[in-house]
Ligand binder design. Structure first.
Ligand code: FES
Ligand code: MG
Length: 577
């Protein structure tokens, strides 16, 4: 490498110095046995690892990191692995989402503070992907994303079972007395039988797909199972490639363009992806200064059909998706219909279209054609009305067609505890025509906007064989969930949104075709209720939760912290000694 290139490398502000500070920086790393030539102008690549035993979905990331390391060494770089907060979706309470922004801060500051020229992000479980992308976007070094890959299919008594999706259906069957506790326990082991993240098209698989669609990941990033050797191969190739990405000075903001986000939104529709991706994409875009709005999701996703028959909307799982050709087939199909910004640059240095234009499909049951789609016009719909002035979200592909236009009487729950307490009460005045309304589960209210929007149905309704009702809240729902569920109502109840004013017995009309959510209470009555409304006592008076509640933006703005929006890049900070 020539001297000019050496001067360009950010890490040389640490390792290239021939003074007291250079001694410090090199000497302390030499305790690991690194020879002098590692410090002489090689691109230093951070491997940003979310491995944690507290996050089972990322439990194989030490192995993946090793393969990235081999790749970096193959290409003449100097790999240094570092840990950041890992967010385990099923273990963290009150919700992993509360900590997404905290982890993003950790990532951003770790990148900027250290002698790094480029980063490989290891991401898997739901919130790890947006957290790392948000932090890396604000730091804006050359970056490649590597997802950990989905688990193998769940198989229970000969039947395919999917993460989350079948937990929800089986727990309803348990409550309805249709399965035994023993069967329930057997299914637990049958579902999670390999490393990897949830293998339905839940939030983790959705975000891994969007990493690929955004161009931040290499082709096939979305679907190779964690247990498949080709996942390690992909990691090694990312390690090799990041060294070139540094030499090309291909910083993340050159990949995360408006074009790329438009591709991600259309991809989200085509894969019937998680509603959580709406919040995450808005937040990531905010970091790079791209003005993405809820209306972009409705407008861009409206003509897009759902092309993959995957749970929770359909039948198959991510392993099947990979064998059928994976995301490149979906991207190719979008491109052939004029629904892709083909020139969007990807981390392998090629436009997206070059990566996918010849992608073969091996199974049309799993990935359908655009002409005979799995579900027509399946983009995420954005609803507005006097109940959601700043918008609400519904995923039509996971909803019941007969409930897409529905007027019903509101049955109101003030909190998720209130719901759990009363939902199975025989005296609760509710039937399947009612609309369940849940308050105080938004970003400030929970806090952290928990995945409780797909409320459990009342037992007496379940016993009739009914499996869906209209449900409305300021919460999110798991990407593995399903139902006619209106989510992310903004402003949230705790912030004084109209949702806070809904009372038992009010009539509400959901009309997905008209994109409207209307509360049949006139403005005068609403104003009276507003005058009498008292904001709830805040959940937190100190610590991170207080910082979060004081600064979190509403769902329609991505629920980032207000002071984290934007990017500062990676200027070399001043000396530490
Ligand atoms: Fe980690 Fe689903 S719980 S991806
Ligand atoms: Mg989740």
């Amino acid at each position: 490498m020539n001297d000019e290139k050496k001067r360009e490398l950010r890490s040389q502000a640490w390792f290239g110095r021939q003074d007291k500070m250079g001694f410090y920086y090199r000497s302390f790393l030499k305790n690991s046995g690194f020879p002098q030539d590692q410090f002489e102008g090689r691109p230093v690549i951070g491997i940003c690892n979310t491995w944690s035993e507290l996050n089972p979905c990322n439990s194989h990331f030490r192995t993946i990191a090793e393969h990235v390391r081999y790749g970096v060494l193959d290409a003449g770089g100097f790999p240094l692995e570092f840990p950041v907060s890992s967010l385990g979706e099923v273990t963290m309470r009150p919700t992993a989402m509360l900590f997404r922004n905290l982890a993003a801060m950790d990532v951003e500051e770790a990148i900027r503070a250290h002698p790094l020229d480029g980063v490989v992000l290891l991401m898997g479980c739901d919130k790890t992907t947006p957290a790392l992308l948000m932090g890396a976007a604000s730091a804006d070094l050359p970056t490649i994303g590597v997802s950990g890959g989905p688990q193998l299919r769940g198989v229970y008594r000969g039947q395919m079972i999917g993460s989350g999706t079948n937990i929800i259906s089986m727990s309803e069957q348990l409550r309805a007395g249709e399965v035994t506790l023993q069967e329930f326990h057997e299914a637990e082991g049958a579902m999670n039988r390999s490393h990897g993240h949830c293998m339905t098209m839940g939030t983790a698989s959705t975000m891994a797909s969007l990493v690929e669609a955004l161009g931040v990941g290499l082709p096939e990033n979305a679907a190779i199972p964690a247990a498949d050797a080709r996942r390690n191969h992909l990691a090694r190739m990312a390690g090799r490639r990041i060294v070139e990405v540094v030499n090309e000075d291909l910083v993340l903001s050159k990949i995360l363009t408006r074009q790329a986000f438009e591709n991600a939104i259309r991809t989200l529709a085509a894969i019937g992806g998680s509603t959580n991706a709406v919040v995450h994409l808005l937040a990531i875009a905010g970091r790079v200064g791209i003005e993405l709005t809820l209306d972009d999701f409705d407008r861009l996703g409206r003509d897009v059909h759902c092309l993959v028959d995957l749970m929770p909307s359909g039948r198959f799982l991510m392993e099947d998706f990979y064998y059928a050709g994976g995301l490149p087939v979906v991207l190719r199909t979008l491109g052939e219909r004029g629904l892709l910004n083909k020139d969007a640059l990807t981390v392998n240095g090629r436009p997206l279209w070059e990566n996918v234009k010849d992608a073969p499909c091996w199974n049309r049951d799993v990935i359908t054609s655009f002409e005979e789609p799995f579900k027509p016009e399946a983009g995420i719909a954005i609803l507005r009305g006097n109940l959601a002035p700043d918008g609400a979200v519904i995923k039509p592909s996971a909803a019941s067609p007969e409930l897409m236009r529905h007027t019903g009487r509101a049955v109101v729950f003030e909190s998720i505890e209130d719901l759990h307490h009363r939902i199975d009460d025989e005296d609760l005045d509710i039937d399947e025509t009612c609309i369940m309304v849940l308050k105080h589960c938004g970003p400030k209210g929970y806090p952290g906007m928990a995945e409780v929007g797909n409320m459990p149905l009342p037992q007496k309704v379940l016993k009739k064989g009914v499996r869906d009702m209209v449900r409305i809240s300021d919460a999110r729902m798991s990407g593995t969930a399903y139902g006619t569920v209106v989510l992310h109502v903004a402003p949230e109840a705790t912030a004084g949104g109209p949702l806070a004013l809904v009372q038992n017995g009010d009539l509400i009309t959901l009309d997905v075709q008209a994109r409207s959510l209307h509360l049949h209470v006139d403005d005068v009555a609403l104003a009276e209720r507003r005058a009498a409304w008292q904001p709830p006592t805040p959940h937190a008076t100190r610590g991170y939760a207080k910082l979060y509640v004081d600064h979190v933006l509403q769902a329609d703005k991505g629920a980032d912290l207000d002071f984290l929006v934007g990017r500062t890049g990676s200027p070399v900070p001043r000396d530490n000694h």
